[in-house]
Write a protein that binds this ligand. Structure first.
Ligand code: PLP
Length: 427
């Protein structure tokens, strides 16, 4: 297997982009080696510029729940763009996608389309602050909410402290409005509400944290958050950019049947195009401009090409048994791999069509602190062995894998075999 052309392109890219990439994890720094430059994708498979073929479990980091180049999505996009790609005026397609989402979702009544997950979360936080007239937000260590300033905050030293910025360029005064606590820790949340009584605008959580490993919280912790937020007139914000339309059509809210006050979406919603959204009750959404005083806008918001891709993708997600089939495939994959597993620290965690590979002797991993950074050395070895055997995962042990409806059982059998080979290299 040669990856010479990818290596050459990466050398060139380093002249153009910081680290040679337009988003950091793509640079392969945590697994070593050069990133693969991708030429094309079809269904569950991708091909790099050197002609190597892989079964893809990255799926563009989640958006491609139907796999690559889905025919229905491509046809919709093609048809729409022939009439022009953007108008900066309303189109029928925005109504259509909104209706598709809202008529199948009992948790939100209105929404607003934006162009990325980051933008959705940033806008949702502003809305929570505008609605409650409070400034502070509470987030959890180990959840990722995009790269808005007030969310690039990691926990400080105490249980309930203001965090530290996790990026240069974020003013301390911003960070001081963000309280960061460990996941799956009721005491820390209770303490924060005591310490900052009537100051917390919203609690933001990935209901199924899947950006720093898969840190399954369970229904009970989320129910606890629902109750404590209601008691304190604090809004509960589910960031479902990754879990929305993934764990069920209504995301984790639907799976657990818990109603947050605001929900953010991204990834799957745009059918592979840059779309995000935030939604809430009519009352909360009425605060958003031009109805209300919370400003938020976007030149390409509700872009017709992206809307038509979203409509084509989400319509297919509404098919009978769509999510059951995805889950069955995921179970088949994980069970198959675990049967072959020859390395005692190797574990797989899963929910719906999301899986995560961990190296640990712990039975469960529910907070960021539970992950041993040294375990990533095992992931590196496994990762490169999988590539050599035609299986592509996101290039970091902190990233989860995704199944799409395009993955066949034949793909899964091949993947199980590739894992068997890779796991033997760890002993
Ligand atoms: C991916 C992700 C984001 C950021 O979305 P972008 O489209 O990359 O800006 C925010 N929150 C969660 C939970 C995500 O998974």
């Amino acid at each position: 297997m040669t990856t010479k052309k990818s290596a050459e392109l990466f050398e060139k890219a380093k002249n153009y982009f910081p680290g040679g990439v337009n988003s950091p994890v793509r640079a392969f720094r945590s697994v070593g080696g050069n990133p693969l430059f991708i030429e094309k994708g079809k269904g569950s498979h991708i091909w790099d510029v050197d002609g190597n073929e892989y079964i893809d479990f990255c799926c563009s980091w989640g958006p491609l729940i139907l796999g690559h180049a889905n025919n229905t999505v491509l046809n919709a996009v093609d048809k729409t763009m022939r009439n022009g790609t953007s108008f900066g005026a309303p189109t029928r397609l925005e109504n259509e996608l909104a209706n598709l989402i809202l008529s199948n979702n009992k948790f939100i009544e209105k929404l607003r389309f934006v162009s990325s997950g980051t933008e959705a979360v940033m806008s949702a936080i502003r809305l929570a602050r505008g609605f409650t007239k409070r400034d502070k937000i509470l987030k959890f260590e180990g959840c990722y909410h995009g790269h808005a300033d007030s969310l690039l905050v990691k926990a400080g030293s105490g249980l309930v402290t203001f965090g530290n910025s996790s990026s240069d360029g974020v003013p301390a005064s911003f960070v001081n409005e963000t309280i960061s606590v460990p996941l799956h820790n009721k005491e820390a949340v209770k303490e924060a509400f005591l310490k900052f009584k009537n100051e917390i605008a919203c609690v933001i959580i990935e209901p199924v944290p899947a950006n720093n490993g898969l840190l399954l919280q369970g229904k009970e912790f989320l129910e606890f958050l629902r109750i404590i937020c209601t008691e304190n007139k604090t809004l509960l914000l589910f960031d479902e950019v990754i879990s929305g339309f993934r764990l069920s059509f209504c995301g984790a809210a639907g799976l657990f049947n818990i109603k947050p006050d605001i929900i953010t979406y991204g990834k799957i919603i745009g059918g592979g195009f840059p779309v995000g959204a935030y939604g809430a009750s009519k009352e909360i959404m009425s605060c958003v401009s031009p109805e209300g005083a919370v400003y938020q806008a976007g030149t390409l918001s509700g872009n017709p090409v992206a809307m038509s891709a979203g409509i084509a993708q989400l319509s297919q997600c509404l098919a009978n048994n769509f999510y059951n089939d995805l889950e069955a495939k995921t179970n088949y994959l994980v069970d198959g791999i675990m049967k072959l597993n020859s390395f005692k620290l190797f574990k797989m965690f899963k929910l719906g069509s999301i899986f995560w590979i961990a190296f640990t002797d712990k039975k469960t991993i529910t907070s960021a602190d539970d992950i041993d950074p040294n375990s990533m050395s095992y992931f590196k070895i496994l990762y490169h062995s999988l590539l050599e055997n035609g299986v592509y995962l996101g290039p970091s042990g902190y990233e989860v894998g995704f199944l799409s409806s395009a993955h066949s059982y034949e793909d899964l059998d091949k993947t199980i075999k590739a894992f068997g080979i890779g796991l033997k290299k760890l002993n």
